[in-house]
Write a protein that binds this ligand. Sequence first.
Ligand code: ZN
Length: 223
Amino acid sequence: MERDKALVVFSGGQDSTTCLFWALEHFKEVHTVTFTYGQKHSLETEIARKIADKAGTDFHLIDITGIATVGRNSLTDSSIEMDQEKPDGTFPNTFVPGRNLFFLSIAAVYAREIGVYDLVTGVSQTDFSGYPDCRDSFIRSLNVTLNLAMDAQFVIHTPLMWTDKAGTWELADRLGVFDLVRNETLTCYNGIPGAGCGHCPACRLRNEGLKKYLEGRNDKREY
Ligand code: ZN
């Protein structure tokens, strides 16, 4: 079986947008799947659709809002004040329990339906928050589970697993989509595209990575 098709789990944020263009470089046919899970900011799905259009990939939206009614978190529940810092010994309340488990499991079912067995996700173990379902061990374990569950040969690709935010900017630049990622993606927890609100944890991480990458790039150009 020729492996020339991929499905990208896509949110329209910095990481998954970079992964989308990574996938376009590695696969002939690229599909995207975006999930609504009760996010406060519905703009996220519009942005994802727009970027998928620009990339020339199809866009498939799946509603799994039900997960937000099971596990509480500050991304879907307005009554919870968002943690600005990572609390000691645990993860912040921006963690949506089971999110990547559900996303990837449902993505795999959809992928199988359209004859795709390569899945791409932008999770990163280097991510500051230490979300357990962003770790390499979880992804490898789920990969085995999906194969057993559907008697298939899925491969979950994680191009950003060992990359920090500066490295993700570098990859976007190498893929020729630095400006697109910088101006058109939405990472901000307060729902502001591009550079975002500047003060939420997602913005701080994104902007610090950008600063670090640009400083490194300018250094390289000078010498
Ligand atoms: Zn923000």
